[in-house]
Design a protein around this ligand. Structure first.
Ligand code: ASP
Length: 347
Protein backbone atom coordinates (compact mmCIF):
# COMPACT_ATOMS: atom_id res chain seq x y z
CA UNK A 1 0.00 0.00 0.00
CA UNK A 2 1.29 3.45 -0.87
CA UNK A 3 1.74 6.18 1.70
CA UNK A 4 1.22 9.50 -0.11
CA UNK A 5 3.34 12.60 0.51
CA UNK A 6 0.20 14.41 1.70
CA UNK A 7 -1.18 13.68 5.14
CA UNK A 8 -3.82 10.99 4.82
CA UNK A 9 -6.86 10.31 6.96
CA UNK A 10 -9.46 7.57 6.80
CA UNK A 11 -12.93 8.75 7.87
CA UNK A 12 -15.03 5.91 9.19
CA UNK A 13 -18.68 6.86 9.32
CA UNK A 14 -20.67 4.64 11.70
CA UNK A 15 -23.73 6.89 12.02
CA UNK A 16 -25.13 9.12 14.76
CA UNK A 17 -26.64 12.59 14.77
CA UNK A 18 -23.74 14.08 12.82
CA UNK A 19 -24.98 12.32 9.68
CA UNK A 20 -28.71 12.53 10.23
CA UNK A 21 -31.44 14.42 8.46
CA UNK A 22 -35.02 15.16 9.50
CA UNK A 23 -37.68 12.93 7.93
CA UNK A 24 -40.18 15.52 6.64
CA UNK A 25 -43.12 13.19 7.31
CA UNK A 26 -42.37 11.94 10.81
CA UNK A 27 -40.00 14.65 12.05
CA UNK A 28 -37.64 11.91 13.33
CA UNK A 29 -33.91 12.04 12.64
CA UNK A 30 -32.75 9.39 10.16
CA UNK A 31 -29.28 8.55 8.89
CA UNK A 32 -28.15 9.73 5.47
CA UNK A 33 -25.18 8.53 3.48
CA UNK A 34 -21.61 9.71 3.44
CA UNK A 35 -21.77 11.50 0.08
CA UNK A 36 -24.51 13.70 1.49
CA UNK A 37 -22.32 14.31 4.52
CA UNK A 38 -19.47 15.47 2.28
CA UNK A 39 -21.87 17.74 0.38
CA UNK A 40 -22.69 19.41 3.66
CA UNK A 41 -19.03 20.00 4.51
CA UNK A 42 -17.50 21.46 1.35
CA UNK A 43 -14.59 22.59 3.56
CA UNK A 44 -13.29 19.00 3.42
CA UNK A 45 -12.12 19.65 -0.13
CA UNK A 46 -9.95 22.54 1.08
CA UNK A 47 -7.72 20.24 3.13
CA UNK A 48 -4.45 19.48 1.47
CA UNK A 49 -4.93 15.91 2.67
CA UNK A 50 -5.86 12.62 1.11
CA UNK A 51 -9.18 11.85 2.80
CA UNK A 52 -10.86 8.53 2.12
CA UNK A 53 -13.98 7.16 3.70
CA UNK A 54 -15.57 3.95 4.85
CA UNK A 55 -19.25 3.90 5.64
CA UNK A 56 -21.25 1.51 7.80
CA UNK A 57 -24.13 0.26 5.73
CA UNK A 58 -26.63 1.04 7.11
CA UNK A 59 -25.29 3.75 9.41
CA UNK A 60 -26.45 3.16 12.98
CA UNK A 61 -27.66 5.16 15.91
CA UNK A 62 -24.99 4.49 18.51
CA UNK A 63 -27.61 3.03 20.87
CA UNK A 64 -27.40 0.01 18.54
CA UNK A 65 -23.61 -0.25 18.89
CA UNK A 66 -22.41 -3.77 19.74
CA UNK A 67 -19.02 -5.31 20.62
CA UNK A 68 -19.08 -7.09 17.23
CA UNK A 69 -19.01 -3.63 15.65
CA UNK A 70 -16.03 -2.63 17.81
CA UNK A 71 -14.28 -5.66 16.33
CA UNK A 72 -15.36 -4.50 12.88
CA UNK A 73 -13.79 -1.06 13.55
CA UNK A 74 -10.59 -2.78 14.68
CA UNK A 75 -10.58 -4.79 11.45
CA UNK A 76 -11.08 -1.65 9.29
CA UNK A 77 -8.23 0.14 11.09
CA UNK A 78 -5.92 -2.89 10.89
CA UNK A 79 -6.63 -3.35 7.18
CA UNK A 80 -5.92 0.32 6.41
CA UNK A 81 -3.24 0.90 9.02
CA UNK A 82 -0.24 1.28 6.71
CA UNK A 83 -2.10 3.44 4.18
CA UNK A 84 -3.18 6.29 6.46
CA UNK A 85 -1.60 8.65 8.98
CA UNK A 86 -4.68 8.69 11.16
CA UNK A 87 -8.30 7.67 11.57
CA UNK A 88 -11.44 9.67 12.39
CA UNK A 89 -14.50 7.73 13.49
CA UNK A 90 -17.83 9.54 13.16
CA UNK A 91 -20.01 8.03 15.86
CA UNK A 92 -23.22 8.79 17.74
CA UNK A 93 -22.51 10.47 21.03
CA UNK A 94 -24.66 8.16 23.20
CA UNK A 95 -22.21 5.25 23.35
CA UNK A 96 -19.10 6.95 21.97
CA UNK A 97 -17.28 6.62 25.31
CA UNK A 98 -17.85 2.82 25.32
CA UNK A 99 -16.48 2.45 21.79
CA UNK A 100 -13.48 4.69 22.54
CA UNK A 101 -12.72 2.70 25.70
CA UNK A 102 -13.06 -0.66 23.95
CA UNK A 103 -10.82 0.40 21.05
CA UNK A 104 -8.14 1.63 23.44
CA UNK A 105 -7.77 -1.98 24.65
CA UNK A 106 -8.37 -3.72 21.32
CA UNK A 107 -5.73 -1.71 19.41
CA UNK A 108 -2.54 -2.74 21.21
CA UNK A 109 0.68 -0.88 20.27
CA UNK A 110 -1.32 1.83 18.49
CA UNK A 111 1.07 4.47 17.14
CA UNK A 112 -1.42 6.47 15.02
CA UNK A 113 -4.33 8.70 16.07
CA UNK A 114 -7.83 7.25 16.26
CA UNK A 115 -10.14 10.20 16.93
CA UNK A 116 -13.85 9.68 17.62
CA UNK A 117 -16.19 12.57 17.09
CA UNK A 118 -19.84 13.34 16.36
CA UNK A 119 -22.25 16.15 17.05
CA UNK A 120 -25.31 17.20 18.97
CA UNK A 121 -26.95 18.79 15.91
CA UNK A 122 -27.01 17.18 12.44
CA UNK A 123 -24.35 18.47 10.08
CA UNK A 124 -26.95 19.85 7.66
CA UNK A 125 -28.33 22.26 10.25
CA UNK A 126 -27.18 25.86 10.28
CA UNK A 127 -26.05 25.87 13.91
CA UNK A 128 -24.43 22.45 13.75
CA UNK A 129 -21.46 21.66 15.98
CA UNK A 130 -20.59 18.82 13.61
CA UNK A 131 -18.50 20.75 11.10
CA UNK A 132 -16.13 22.15 13.68
CA UNK A 133 -15.79 18.77 15.41
CA UNK A 134 -15.15 16.97 12.13
CA UNK A 135 -12.66 19.44 10.68
CA UNK A 136 -10.55 19.73 13.84
CA UNK A 137 -10.60 15.95 14.34
CA UNK A 138 -9.21 15.47 10.84
CA UNK A 139 -6.46 17.98 11.57
CA UNK A 140 -5.54 16.19 14.81
CA UNK A 141 -5.59 12.78 13.10
CA UNK A 142 -3.10 14.06 10.52
CA UNK A 143 -0.79 15.95 12.91
CA UNK A 144 2.81 14.73 12.95
CA UNK A 145 6.02 15.67 14.74
CA UNK A 146 8.96 16.78 12.55
CA UNK A 147 10.35 13.22 12.80
CA UNK A 148 7.17 11.88 11.17
CA UNK A 149 5.65 10.28 14.27
CA UNK A 150 2.03 11.03 15.21
CA UNK A 151 1.37 13.83 17.67
CA UNK A 152 -1.55 11.94 19.27
CA UNK A 153 -0.94 8.19 18.95
CA UNK A 154 -3.95 7.13 20.99
CA UNK A 155 -7.72 6.62 20.93
CA UNK A 156 -9.37 9.96 21.75
CA UNK A 157 -12.68 11.75 21.70
CA UNK A 158 -12.67 15.24 20.21
CA UNK A 159 -15.72 17.31 21.07
CA UNK A 160 -16.41 21.02 21.42
CA UNK A 161 -12.75 22.12 21.37
CA UNK A 162 -11.42 19.46 23.73
CA UNK A 163 -9.35 16.42 22.90
CA UNK A 164 -9.90 13.84 25.63
CA UNK A 165 -8.40 10.41 26.23
CA UNK A 166 -11.14 8.06 25.03
CA UNK A 167 -11.05 5.65 27.96
CA UNK A 168 -11.30 8.54 30.47
CA UNK A 169 -14.35 10.13 28.90
CA UNK A 170 -18.07 10.05 29.69
CA UNK A 171 -21.07 11.63 28.00
CA UNK A 172 -22.55 14.07 30.51
CA UNK A 173 -24.94 16.28 28.59
CA UNK A 174 -27.78 15.49 26.18
CA UNK A 175 -28.43 19.15 25.46
CA UNK A 176 -25.26 21.24 25.30
CA UNK A 177 -22.58 21.15 22.63
CA UNK A 178 -20.08 20.51 25.42
CA UNK A 179 -21.32 16.94 25.88
CA UNK A 180 -18.28 15.04 27.17
CA UNK A 181 -16.07 15.21 30.24
CA UNK A 182 -12.92 13.52 31.39
CA UNK A 183 -13.24 14.13 35.12
CA UNK A 184 -10.11 12.38 36.30
CA UNK A 185 -7.63 13.20 33.55
CA UNK A 186 -7.04 16.61 31.92
CA UNK A 187 -7.52 17.36 28.21
CA UNK A 188 -4.81 16.23 25.79
CA UNK A 189 -5.34 19.29 23.61
CA UNK A 190 -7.53 22.35 23.32
CA UNK A 191 -8.60 23.88 20.03
CA UNK A 192 -8.71 27.67 19.91
CA UNK A 193 -7.01 29.81 17.31
CA UNK A 194 -4.35 27.10 17.42
CA UNK A 195 -4.61 23.51 18.55
CA UNK A 196 -2.63 23.51 21.79
CA UNK A 197 -1.31 20.01 22.50
CA UNK A 198 -0.33 18.98 26.05
CA UNK A 199 2.56 16.83 24.92
CA UNK A 200 3.55 15.64 28.40
CA UNK A 201 0.07 14.10 28.90
CA UNK A 202 -0.15 12.39 25.53
CA UNK A 203 0.88 8.74 25.32
CA UNK A 204 4.34 8.11 23.84
CA UNK A 205 4.06 5.28 21.34
CA UNK A 206 6.79 3.03 20.01
CA UNK A 207 6.18 3.00 16.23
CA UNK A 208 8.63 0.13 15.80
CA UNK A 209 6.12 -2.19 17.49
CA UNK A 210 3.55 -3.56 15.04
CA UNK A 211 -0.12 -2.87 15.72
CA UNK A 212 -1.63 -5.83 17.56
CA UNK A 213 -5.37 -5.93 16.85
CA UNK A 214 -7.69 -7.82 19.18
CA UNK A 215 -11.10 -9.07 18.20
CA UNK A 216 -12.24 -11.18 21.14
CA UNK A 217 -14.57 -10.14 23.94
CA UNK A 218 -16.91 -11.75 26.45
CA UNK A 219 -20.11 -9.94 27.37
CA UNK A 220 -20.95 -11.97 30.48
CA UNK A 221 -20.63 -8.84 32.60
CA UNK A 222 -23.05 -6.55 34.42
CA UNK A 223 -23.08 -3.11 36.03
CA UNK A 224 -24.62 -3.09 39.50
CA UNK A 225 -25.39 0.31 41.03
CA UNK A 226 -25.94 0.40 44.80
CA UNK A 227 -28.67 2.51 46.37
CA UNK A 228 -30.14 2.76 49.87
CA UNK A 229 -32.82 0.07 50.14
CA UNK A 230 -31.35 -2.31 47.58
CA UNK A 231 -32.73 -5.78 48.29
CA UNK A 232 -30.94 -9.04 49.07
CA UNK A 233 -32.99 -11.12 46.62
CA UNK A 234 -32.23 -8.72 43.76
CA UNK A 235 -28.47 -8.76 44.36
CA UNK A 236 -28.53 -12.50 44.93
CA UNK A 237 -30.36 -13.09 41.65
CA UNK A 238 -27.89 -10.93 39.74
CA UNK A 239 -24.86 -12.61 41.29
CA UNK A 240 -26.31 -16.06 40.53
CA UNK A 241 -27.04 -15.26 36.87
CA UNK A 242 -25.87 -18.31 34.87
CA UNK A 243 -22.67 -17.46 32.98
CA UNK A 244 -21.93 -14.25 34.89
CA UNK A 245 -18.17 -13.65 35.02
CA UNK A 246 -17.67 -10.07 36.19
CA UNK A 247 -19.49 -7.24 37.92
CA UNK A 248 -18.81 -3.51 37.84
CA UNK A 249 -20.02 -2.49 41.30
CA UNK A 250 -20.90 1.20 41.50
CA UNK A 251 -20.43 2.11 45.13
CA UNK A 252 -20.72 5.30 47.15
CA UNK A 253 -18.08 8.03 47.59
CA UNK A 254 -14.56 6.66 47.85
CA UNK A 255 -15.73 3.08 47.27
CA UNK A 256 -18.05 2.43 50.19
CA UNK A 257 -20.98 0.01 50.48
CA UNK A 258 -23.48 -1.21 53.08
CA UNK A 259 -22.00 -3.30 55.90
CA UNK A 260 -25.00 -5.64 56.20
CA UNK A 261 -23.73 -9.20 56.67
CA UNK A 262 -25.98 -10.61 53.89
CA UNK A 263 -24.48 -8.14 51.42
CA UNK A 264 -20.85 -8.94 52.26
CA UNK A 265 -21.64 -12.68 52.29
CA UNK A 266 -23.18 -12.49 48.80
CA UNK A 267 -20.08 -10.72 47.47
CA UNK A 268 -17.74 -13.20 49.21
CA UNK A 269 -19.66 -16.11 47.78
CA UNK A 270 -19.52 -14.62 44.27
CA UNK A 271 -15.76 -13.96 44.36
CA UNK A 272 -15.23 -17.48 45.77
CA UNK A 273 -17.08 -18.76 42.66
CA UNK A 274 -14.56 -16.89 40.47
CA UNK A 275 -16.73 -13.86 39.64
CA UNK A 276 -14.57 -10.74 39.39
CA UNK A 277 -16.07 -7.71 41.15
CA UNK A 278 -14.57 -4.29 40.42
CA UNK A 279 -15.38 -1.34 42.65
CA UNK A 280 -15.90 2.06 41.06
CA UNK A 281 -17.50 5.11 42.58
CA UNK A 282 -20.85 6.63 41.68
CA UNK A 283 -19.06 9.99 42.02
CA UNK A 284 -17.66 11.32 38.75
CA UNK A 285 -14.51 12.81 40.23
CA UNK A 286 -12.10 11.07 42.59
CA UNK A 287 -10.89 7.57 43.20
CA UNK A 288 -11.80 4.39 45.07
CA UNK A 289 -9.90 3.96 48.34
CA UNK A 290 -11.31 0.88 50.03
CA UNK A 291 -8.87 1.22 52.93
CA UNK A 292 -10.26 4.60 53.93
CA UNK A 293 -13.50 3.62 55.73
CA UNK A 294 -14.65 0.44 57.38
CA UNK A 295 -17.48 0.32 54.83
CA UNK A 296 -14.85 -0.08 52.10
CA UNK A 297 -12.62 -2.49 54.01
CA UNK A 298 -15.42 -5.07 54.10
CA UNK A 299 -15.40 -5.06 50.31
CA UNK A 300 -11.66 -5.70 50.22
CA UNK A 301 -12.14 -8.64 52.58
CA UNK A 302 -14.85 -9.97 50.28
CA UNK A 303 -12.36 -10.08 47.38
CA UNK A 304 -13.62 -6.98 45.55
CA UNK A 305 -10.89 -5.23 43.55
CA UNK A 306 -10.41 -1.50 43.05
CA UNK A 307 -11.23 0.25 39.79
CA UNK A 308 -9.40 3.36 41.10
CA UNK A 309 -10.57 6.46 39.20
CA UNK A 310 -11.77 4.59 36.08
CA UNK A 311 -14.92 5.42 34.18
CA UNK A 312 -17.64 2.78 34.11
CA UNK A 313 -17.20 2.52 30.32
CA UNK A 314 -13.53 1.76 30.70
CA UNK A 315 -13.91 -0.91 33.44
CA UNK A 316 -16.74 -2.63 31.60
CA UNK A 317 -14.97 -2.82 28.24
CA UNK A 318 -11.63 -3.82 29.79
CA UNK A 319 -13.37 -6.71 31.59
CA UNK A 320 -15.05 -7.80 28.32
CA UNK A 321 -11.68 -7.63 26.59
CA UNK A 322 -9.72 -9.57 29.23
CA UNK A 323 -12.45 -12.19 29.72
CA UNK A 324 -12.65 -12.69 25.98
CA UNK A 325 -8.97 -13.58 25.80
CA UNK A 326 -9.30 -16.68 27.94
CA UNK A 327 -7.13 -15.33 30.75
CA UNK A 328 -7.25 -16.93 34.17
CA UNK A 329 -9.06 -15.23 37.02
CA UNK A 330 -5.67 -14.46 38.63
CA UNK A 331 -4.36 -12.84 35.43
CA UNK A 332 -7.52 -10.76 35.03
CA UNK A 333 -7.39 -9.58 38.64
CA UNK A 334 -3.76 -8.58 38.08
CA UNK A 335 -4.37 -6.82 34.74
CA UNK A 336 -7.33 -4.93 36.19
CA UNK A 337 -4.96 -3.49 38.78
CA UNK A 338 -2.52 -2.00 36.24
CA UNK A 339 -3.37 0.66 33.65
CA UNK A 340 -2.70 -0.78 30.18
CA UNK A 341 -3.90 2.17 28.07
CA UNK A 342 -3.78 5.09 30.51
CA UNK A 343 -7.31 4.26 31.67
CA UNK A 344 -6.80 5.06 35.36
CA UNK A 345 -4.34 6.62 37.77
CA UNK A 346 -3.22 4.46 40.65
CA UNK A 347 -3.33 6.41 43.88
N1 ASP B 1 -28.75 8.93 19.39
C1 ASP B 1 -27.58 9.50 18.74
C2 ASP B 1 -26.50 8.44 18.73
O1 ASP B 1 -25.84 8.24 19.70
C3 ASP B 1 -27.15 10.72 19.47
C4 ASP B 1 -25.95 11.41 18.87
O2 ASP B 1 -25.39 11.04 17.87
O3 ASP B 1 -25.56 12.42 19.45
O4 ASP B 1 -26.33 7.82 17.70
Amino acid sequence: MIQSEYPSVLLIYTGGTIGMIENPETGALEAFNFDQLQDNVPELKRFNYRISSYQFNPPIDSSDMEPALWAKLVKIIKYNYDSFDGFVILHGTDTMAYTASALSFMLENLSKPVILTGSQLPIGMLRTDGKENLITSIEIAAAKHPDGTAVVPEVCIFFENHLLRGNRTTKINAENFNAFRSYNFPSLATAGIHIKYEHDRIHKADPSLPLKPHYLYDTNVIILTLFPGIQENMISNILHTPGLRAVVLKTYGSGNAPQKPWFIELLKDATARGIIIVNISQCSTGTVEMERYETGLHLLDAGVISGYDSTVESVLTKLMFLLGHGKSEKEIRHEMSIPVAGEFTKS
